[in-house]
Ligand binder design. Structure first.
Ligand code: PLP
Length: 406
């Protein structure tokens, strides 16, 4: 790995300038148009221009960018314009242009995910998307659902709610932090399947460790047993270069756009495979839409439509850089620091070493200190904000460094 100086690396964590325009972005991109991802990955001048488009706080070093990642300045500028325009025409917009505009955002998102516009809706976030499926399935008492201890808590809670309401049985397995192979993970899920299993929920990327799971193999295995697959793609969409066709025909896929696509807060997607739509109950009723039309799942009432519009701006910024280059840079930056500390006797990395098994997010612990103690020291003494993860088998900090945001 060619080295950047410690100063350059730290500078890359905090950012430098605070403003950038669409024209500035076009100029920056034009200069590197001929460069493939592998060459661009270490071109610091390019990435520092991109970083300058993010209005990052100078108050502290933000190393938790997976929860909600700030939008780039050109996206914010366009978003503010959308808010003003919608506000000035108010209900007229809501009754007329709103629908075509939203459809356009949906179409652009579907193109990014590689599915049909009729298989995708815009939601507020991953939680709403996953809960629409978990709460919308026609569960019978005794049906079983499979998930992992490392899955997001709110979704595990939603399954617990279905257990109380419908008498379903939830089976929770635990993922190894350092799997030896894809087969090891697939076999863990397969062992949990019984003739009563109805649904398997799996993270595309585990948020607390950054581990990427072999979704295609898990889906193909589950389908052989007649089990549906719901993928929590909160951190994979717009961070990893994939399309839905690479995931083995998974039945449902959910993500948030305010994470790695960099939209303003409150945007997500839900993909439902065409043949699965008719069987889902919507959580909000809309009798004007047929049962096999995905729009039946999308009647959430009046909501901040300017966010839906800003999705198109975030896509423009994202595709301008290019997902292949973005993923390569994110992975490079994570490995830049993890490769240097991985074999240190006092450092525990809870993120797998193989490049294909992680990207931007990594989790690190330090022997002799609890994650909470260390998070406090890092913030109080060094003004570095991290999130402490202290739920065995993962103890450390999930780091989603700003440096890893293009
Ligand atoms: C794996 C995973 N799933 C779901 C969510 C929920 O995302 P949101 O709060 O945007 O709905 C998160 C949030 O960080 C997450 O990490």
């Amino acid at each position: 790995m060619s080295s950047i100086s410690k100063r350059q690396f730290l500078k890359s964590l905090v950012g430098t300038a605070t403003l950038s325009t669409w024209a500035g972005l076009d100029e920056t991109l034009a200069k590197v148009a001929h460069l493939p991802a592998a060459t661009l990955v270490q071109k610091e001048s390019f990435w520092s221009d991109i970083r300058a488009a993010y209005p990052v706080t100078k108050e502290f070093i933000q190393l938790e960018n997976g929860y909600y990642s700030l939008a780039a300045q050109p996206v914010m500028d366009s978003y503010l314009k959308h808010i003003q325009q919608v506000n000035s025409v108010s209900s007229y917009y809501m009754r007329t242009r709103q629908f075509a505009d939203k459809r356009e955002s949906q179409t652009q998102l579907a193109k990014l995910l590689g599915c049909s516009t009729d298989e995708l809706i815009i939601t507020r976030n991953t939680t709403e998307s996953l809960d629409t499926v978990i709460g919308g399935l026609k569960w019978k008492a005794g049906d079983e659902a499979i998930m992992a201890q490392q899955d997001y808590g709110a979704m595990q809670d939603m399954f617990k709610l279905q257990a109380r309401r419908h008498g379903i049985v939830n089976k929770t397995l635990s993922l190894p932090n350092h799997p030896k192979s894809d087969a090891e993970i697939v076999s863990l899920y397969e062992k949990a399947i019984t003739p009563k299993t109805r649904l398997l929920m799996v993270c595309h990327m585990v948020n607390i460790t950054g581990q990427i799971l072999p979704i295609r193999q898990i889906t193909e295995m589950a389908h052989k047993h007649g089990v549906e697959v719901l993928v929590d793609g909160a951190h994979a969409f717009a961070q990893l270069n994939f399309s839905i066709g690479d995931l083995g025909g998974c039945d449902y896929y959910a993500s948030s756009l305010h994470k790695w696509l960099g939209t303003p807060l409150g945007a997500g997607i839900l993909y439902v495979r065409k043949d699965k739509i008719a069987d889902l109950w919507p959580l909000f009723a809309d009798s004007s839409v047929p049962d096999d039309d995905i729009r039946k799942l999308n009647h959430t009432g009046t909501h901040p439509v300017a966010t839906d519009l800003a999705i198109q701006d975030a896509i423009k910024f994202h595709t301008g850089i290019g997902i292949e280059r973005k993923e390569a840079r994110l992975r490079y930056l994570q490995h830049y620091w993890t490769d240097q500390v991985r074999h240190h006797s006092k450092i525990i990395l809870n993120t797998p070493e193989a490049p294909a098994r992680s990207c931007a997010i990594a989790n690190v612990g330090i022997a002799g200190k609890t994650p909470t103690e260390l998070a406090k020291i890092l913030f109080d003494k060094y003004k570095i904000f991290t999130v402490a993860i202290d739920s065995p088998p993962v103890q450390g900090y999930a780091l989603h460094p700003m440096s890893t945001r293009p």
